[in-house]
Design a protein around this ligand. Structure first.
Ligand code: F6P
Length: 364
């Protein structure tokens, strides 16, 4: 594989800020340092199945560094191993991975770079098992991939959530209200915990620490007793009450991961209003966390990932995922990359620090 000349790239799953920085890093380093030609596939794996490509050279990626989203388009529904099809009015799924393999060959590609979260990287791994050489790049605002210390996109989502908390703080204080901010993160509480820490959340509720409504009520009352007539609660969309279930907003059958979480913030607000006299308002931050210009951190991390992927390609490496370990960019086997989700450790230093400054987690 050493000396490869043609590489394909796609951005799969939910988008996040920094995708364009990765594409720019990959394309520029491929072209300037390694004389590798890059072909972009549109809308994630859909482009590979349906043969839809985009010219990707240094000119095409010029000026995209600060842009949110992805110039390639993305999709979290198009899995070549499970393509939705309506047959006799019924939703069925077809394996069209052979078509994806054929598109790859048609362009004379020697490697596919998959920029994605656990779902897209798992598909990349399946394609690798079928014989397509793949390099993964870890993307998601959720920061929940076990094989890297940090995914790009997380820092931007975090700063959006922290900014929202700062704004809620002032209005909560004026109106003596309880403000609930529901943030994304799926089954991991990274955005909630770190935004809560950075934005001074009084109560942080995360999936890894099931909460009791009564404990949340006590935390609000304790604050009142100290003269604090308002409370900021940050709740992760995947948080659940002890003995309860996660709140599902939607089931998207065609998607590899069909469950869309959401609604726990409204549920908690209703429970609190039954037990307290204070008014409760809910803000669901939603896709604002995925949009907009990436932070400097995400631009740099994204660029490093893209450049490193080009270097791996030039060295003939395959079936690895680029990864941040400490301060270094390295690689891990692609099969390891999709093994486990990275979730919060309730005993971790970050949780300890939050508790030390008086933050409550609803588990006391
Ligand atoms: O994985 C990223 C993420 O933004 C999650 O935090 C969230 O649960 C999900 O994607 C939302 O997906 P969709 O864009 O399909 O609503």
């Amino acid at each position: 594989m050493a000396g490869i000349k043609r590489v394909g790239v796609l951005t799969g799953g939910g988008d996040c800020p920094g995708l364009n920085a990765v594409l720019r890093g990959l394309v520029k380093a491929s072209s300037f340092d390694h004389d590798i030609h890059v072909v972009g596939f549109e809308d994630g794996f859909a482009g590979l199945i349906k043969d839809r490509t985009i010219r990707l050279d240094a000119d095409a990626v010029s000026g995209i560094l600060p842009r949110g989203g992805t110039i390639l388009g993305s999709s979290n529904k198009d899995n070549p191993f499970r393509v939705p099809a309506m047959i006799n009015g019924e939703l069925t799924f077809e394996d069209r991975s052979d078509e994806a393999m054929r598109t790859f060959d048609r362009y004379g590609l020697e490697l596919l770079v998959v920029i994605g979260g656990d779902g897209s990287l798992a598909i990349g791994n399946q394609l690798a098992e079928k014989g397509m050489p793949v390099i993964g790049i870890p993307k998601t605002i959720d920061n929940d991939l076990g094989a890297t210390d940090v995914t790009f996109g997380f820092d931007t989502a975090l700063s959006t959530a922290c900014g929202a908390l700062d704004k809620l703080h002032t209005t909560a204080e004026s109106h003596h209200r309880i403000m609930v901010l529901e943030v994304m993160g799926r089954y991991a509480g990274w955005i909630a915990l770190e935004a809560g820490l950075a934005g001074g959340g009084d109560i942080i509720l995360v999936p890894e620490i099931p909460f009791k409504v009564e404990s949340v009520v006590s935390a609000v009352k304790d604050r009142k007793f100290l003269g604090r007539n308002y409370t900021l609660i940050v709740i992760a969309e995947g948080a659940k009450a002890e003995g309860g279930e996660v709140h599902v907003a939607k089931v998207v059958e065609e998607s590899t991961d069909a469950i869309r979480l959401g609604g726990v913030g409204d549920w908690l607000a209703a429970e609190l209003e039954k037990r307290l006299e204070t008014e409760v308002r809910v803000t669901v931050l939603g896709h604002l966390q995925r949009g907009g210009s990436p932070t400097a951190f995400d631009r740099i991390l994204g660029t490093r990932y893209g450049v490193h992927a080009a270097e791996c390609a030039a060295k003939g490496m395959k079936n690895v995922m680029v990864s941040l370990k400490g301060i270094d960019i390295t690689e891990v086997p692609l099969s390891d990359a999709v093994k486990e989700l990275r979730r919060l450790d309730p005993q971790s230093e970050l949780v300890h620090v939050a508790r030390s400054v008086g933050t409550r987690f609803g588990d006391e």
